[in-house]
Design a protein around this ligand. Structure first.
Ligand SMILES: Cc1cc2nc3c(=O)[nH]c(=O)nc-3n(C[C@H](O)[C@H](O)[C@H](O)COP(=O)(O)OP(=O)(O)OC[C@H]3O[C@@H](n4cnc5c(N)ncnc54)[C@H](O)[C@@H]3O)c2cc1C
Length: 163
């Protein structure tokens, strides 16, 4: 990896004979020419399941499926989990919601109680950031300690990348 540019936005991309000129702004402003650019921002839900419009399932104004805290849609027999129900769009969150729905369908009493969802980056080495959601927004000893540990580990890994 050549560089990690923090707090920096891409403001322009222009094709030139030598490659694609990318202009940056913020933490590191300026421009550079690259052979290839992979754009991995800007995701939208794909809720175009055939027949969904003949159910009571509701979509919000951005096209995400509307669910309650048990991932139930307005159609009693249809649950929805993962990216299609909105942010944060993370793999382990989708898996946890899937497991929870399986338990609910099996008759267990469960609800989606998001206290702290780690933001996991599938890189090598893996970098993990943790943040606190919902009712634990107020200082909470156990969660604070966990976040601190994750932050220390992230810093250590970033230092390794810089070496
Ligand atoms: C570039 C990129 C990087 C990412 N990095 C991370 C990361 O570092 N950490 C992290 O946690 N998450 C990351 N994510 C997000 C993570 O991949 C998603 O949050 C996760 O895959 C969501 O799972 P899902 O089951 O909701 O949806 P998906 O994994 O998208 O699965 C949906 C499946 O449904 C199928 N499908 C769609 N329509 C139909 C249909 N009509 N009939 C049948 N099947 C259908 C699709 O083909 C797909 O296989 C990243 C995503 C992207 C795009």
């Amino acid at each position: 990896m050549k560089a990690v540019m923090l707090e920096t936005r891409v403001v322009q991309m222009k094709a030139e004979p030598a490659g694609i000129r990318v202009t940056f702004d913020g933490g590191q402003s300026g421009d550079a020419v690259f052979d290839r650019v992979l754009v991995a921002v800007g995701r939208r839900p794909n809720a175009s399941v055939p027949g969904l419009d003949r159910t009571q399932v509701r979509l919000d104004e951005r096209g995400f499926i509307v669910v309650d805290e048990q991932m139930r849609t307005a159609e009693p027999s249809i649950f929805a989990i993962g990216d299609v129900v909105g942010e944060p769009m993370l793999a382990h969150r989708a898996m946890a919601q899937g497991e929870m729905v399986a338990e609910i369908v099996a008759g267990r009493r469960r609800a989606w109680d998001k206290r702290c969802i780690p933001a996991v980056c599938f890189t090598d080495p893996e970098i993990v950031a943790s943040y606190v959601l919902g009712r634990f927004r107020e200082p909470h000893e156990e969660v604070e300690a966990l976040v601190e540990r994750a932050a220390d580990e992230t810093e250590r890994l970033i230092a390794q990348l810089d070496e």
